[in-house]
Write a new protein. Structure first.
Length: 239
């Protein structure tokens, strides 16, 4: 691990605490232009999430209706009843985005795959960066008005469902995540900046609880609009 990654892990609770965690539960809300463009406005206005920390799996309770849940894994997404009866499912869900344009409508299973892998990545970071096959390297610092952010480039293996193989994370002097740049492949590869605020500590782990995604220019400068995605998290608990 790099010295920067050591600092980051310690700032977010420490590697040992992350290794001990099995699930992260959070209540939240997601908004932004993306859902409207895909014909799914409001689908995650209320989101109850359970993330499995040590494997890539997460569940959205109440997904699309009372008594239902959305289950994400990299190889399959499914909407189920609480007794496990399958209402709808899709194997190889990433393949279902092939040929999509910027405003191609999504169905509920598209949403489940995108929001499933995205929130699993967000809620398990920075522990995510220690997983087998992930390669990290520190880049030159990034200058913001009145502040210098350290940057870490991460290259992900195919085994992890994520936005893109290469992503850049920005951290403040305390080692807290402030920005995360990627070009989501399932959205056509347009670069965006995912900004992180309001860090809170829960059971020893630290999470940004207010997040929003904005487009960026070729020089990586952030544009102020449109707001593509918003994420607000509350009631986080760890088991």
């Amino acid at each position: 691990m790099t010295n920067l990654l050591d600092l980051i892990l310690e700032a977010h609770g420490g590697l040992q605490r992350w290794r001990e965690a099995t699930t992260i539960r959070a209540h939240g809300s997601m908004g932004g232009l993306l859902w409207t463009l895909r014909g799914q406005q409001g689908i995650l206005a209320t989101a109850d999430m359970t993330v499995e920390v040590q494997q890539q799996r997460m569940v959205y309770e109440g997904f699309t209706g009372p008594g239902l849940r959305g289950v994400f894994t990299p190889d399959r997404v499914a909407i189920e009843r609480r007794d496990g009866e399958v209402v709808a499912e899709r194997p190889s869900p990433r393949d279902a985005f092939a040929g999509h344009g910027p405003q191609t409508p999504w169905d509920e299973l598209h949403v489940l795959y995108f929001a499933g892998y995205a929130m699993w990545n967000y809620l398990t970071a920075p522990y995510l960066l220690t997983r087998p096959g992930v390669v990290v390297a520190e880049l030159e610092p990034w200058e913001e008005p009145g502040e210098t952010l350290r940057r870490l480039r991460a290259t992900f293996p195919d085994a992890i469902a994520t936005h893109a193989r290469e992503q850049t994370f920005y951290y403040d002097a305390a080692g807290l995540l402030r920005r995360h740049d990627y070009a989501a492949e399932v959205l056509g590869g347009t670069p965006a900046a995912h900004l992180c605020e309001k860090h809170e500590t829960t059971s020893g782990l630290v999470f940004p609880t207010h997040r929003y995604v904005l487009p960026i220019q070729e020089d990586a400068q952030v544009l102020l609009e449109p707001v593509l995605v918003t994420i607000d998290l509350t009631e986080i608990s760890i088991a």
